[in-house]
Design a protein around this ligand. Sequence first.
Ligand SMILES: NC(=O)c1ccc[n+]([C@@H]2O[C@H](COP(=O)([O-])OP(=O)(O)OC[C@H]3O[C@@H](n4cnc5c(N)ncnc54)[C@H](O)[C@@H]3O)[C@@H](O)[C@H]2O)c1
Length: 256
Amino acid sequence: MILQGKKILIMGIRNKWSIAWGVAQAVTSQGGEVIFTHHPMENMEKLYALIEEIPGAKTYPCDAESDESIEQALKQVKQDYGKIDGILHCIAHANTEDLRNDFIKTSRQGFSHASDVSAYSLVATARIAKEEEILNENASMVALTYFGSEKVMEGYNVMGVAKAALEASIRYLAKDLGTDGIRINAISAGPIKTLSAKGIKDFGSILDIVETRAPLKRNVTQVEIGNVATFLFSDLSSSITGEIIHADNGFSITGA
Ligand SMILES: NC(=O)c1ccc[n+]([C@@H]2O[C@H](COP(=O)([O-])OP(=O)(O)OC[C@H]3O[C@@H](n4cnc5c(N)ncnc54)[C@H](O)[C@@H]3O)[C@@H](O)[C@H]2O)c1
């Protein structure tokens, strides 16, 4: 039980296919307590039914595009639970047309929107968590990224650029949070069929390519990503910060 006694805030739950849900399952299986945030426009009836599966779990509305909303959610969590031990950032969004058209056609607004929701929101969350003393010493933050930040992946477009910004932010945040004994890392997850992934053109063929080319010849599951997050939230990873850890069945090491 490597997370016994630890409280982990999972930001970005949408449905049972969400990576956030896989992380919640893995965290609770190791004795951790989970708290969620969701986009304020989420279908609450379905979300409450899902969250009820974890006894005592609560969710708070949080719009990643608004510092005020992030601050309100984090302050409310501190009021209800006291200081916490980990935060998962599991949030991303890009305009559909920016994932369907060629990257060169990305609008200024689309570029800004994808970067704001998918990368800047992590910086704002870390800053507010630090200023409001939300996190215990030895706490750990984890974000989700994808290989499309490193190499050109068909259809990933502006999201690849936003993830590159997220990954660079992880390194700078690791420096600033390290003085408080807080760690921050990202998991570069292999592709998983979620609602967000559906926005990416021809996502099915991305899954097929991984099965063919990845050394382990299969795709990853939400819970496998959750297990890596669990390790990063635990004291077993106490020497790791500022890293981007690939959890992709080895796909990223392959060449032609
Ligand atoms: N599915 C994949 O193949 C894959 C691979 C690597 C990384 N990721 C990353 O994993 C994370 C979770 O995505 P997922 O695939 O589980 O999809 P998902 O659709 O289940 O989760 C995305 C979440 O982002 C939230 N969100 C979007 N805009 C928001 C806003 N303005 N404010 C608050 N929340 C907002 C959505 O409500 C949703 O809960 C994302 O960062 C994604 O880029 C996904």
